[in-house]
Design a protein around this ligand. Structure first.
Ligand code: ADP
Ligand code: MG
Length: 254
């Protein structure tokens, strides 16, 4: 039996903004090769959890990526362990084209391998061509090829999302945190996203998927974690979670 490896482990994480706790002690695990959905009403702390794990906000608690403890205030180690995230509001450079934006994803891997500077300069031309080829392939994979030569400033909202997603893909994620990736996507794009997430999990990536589309969560997630007001309200298999009275109440005010 192969022991289950957790791509991500979050233990008793708390985040305080001023005097108010946005996260009051949340624990969850994302095994490698699985997709865990994180859902809950607006303001329940989903984005804050991703921000805590990636060092964007100060947090208390323990986080491990690939079994290695992270220092929450120092995101460098997390990046070297293959922890990648997207933002609820997609972050795309307005002056760079889709391909150029995706190419910047390679920088997320900086520090993981460090060839000598001279060798790096000699290889720079070939490396640049490789990066562009990888970027084009990643854009194609997410269904965002139409944004390849469009600058960030004039991309549609959906294109910005797809470009951001392609940018994390070129950075070889092992743990992928997606903050509402389907928001602003049309049905065709959501279908492509679903396939992509399933494929990444099949390749061994641990995916934490924040989303409001219940159909997407049910189809692609092995487990769901529901937050409410900074605490875990319920956790389980998708079909069971939605039967839980308090989850229904949190969502539809029953
Ligand atoms: P969700 O992603 O589940 O909608 P968030 O994690 O964005 O919720 O927000 C959880 C709570 O924390 C909300 O009350 C929000 O207003 C607050 N919050 C989030 N980020 C900050 C911040 N940087 N400063 C102050 N309050 C914040
Ligand atoms: Mg959010």
């Amino acid at each position: 039996n192969v022991p289950e490896v957790n791509a991500l482990e979050v233990r008793d994480v708390k985040v305080r903004f001023g005097g108010v706790y946005a996260l009051k002690g949340v624990s969850l695990a994302v095994p490698s090769g699985m997709c865990v959905g994180l859902t809950g009403p607006n303001g329940s702390g989903k984005s804050t959890l991703v921000n805590a794990v990636t060092g964007v906000v100060d947090a208390e608690g323990e986080v491990r990526a690939q079994g290695t403890p992270l220092r929450l205030s120092r995101p460098g180690r997390a990046a070297r362990l293959g922890l990648r995230r997207t933002y609820q509001t997609p972050r795309v450079h307005p002056k760079l084209t889709g391909i150029e934006n995706v190419c910047t994803g390679h920088r997320l891997m900086a520090g993981r391998s460090a060839p000598a500077a001279v060798f790096r300069r000699m290889r720079a031309g070939a490396a640049e061509r490789d990066r562009r080829r990888d970027a084009a392939a990643a854009l194609d994979r997410v269904g965002g090829s139409a944004a390849a030569d469009v600058t960030g400033a004039v991309m549609t909202y959906g294109q910005r999302r797809l470009v951001e997603l392609a940018r994390v893909l070129v950075a070889e994620p092992r743990v992928l945190l997606l903050d509402e990736p389907s928001a602003g996507l049309n049905d065709t794009e959501v279908t492509a996203l679903r396939t992509l997430i399933a494929d990444l999990a099949a390749e061994g990536v641990g995916v934490l998927l924040i989303d409001h589309r219940i159909s997407l969560l049910n189809e692609v997630c092995d487990r769901l974690v529901v937050l409410e007001e900074g605490l875990k309200l319920h956790e389980g298999e998708p079909a069971d979670v939605w039967r839980h009275d308090r989850v229904r109440a949190a969502y539809i005010g029953e």
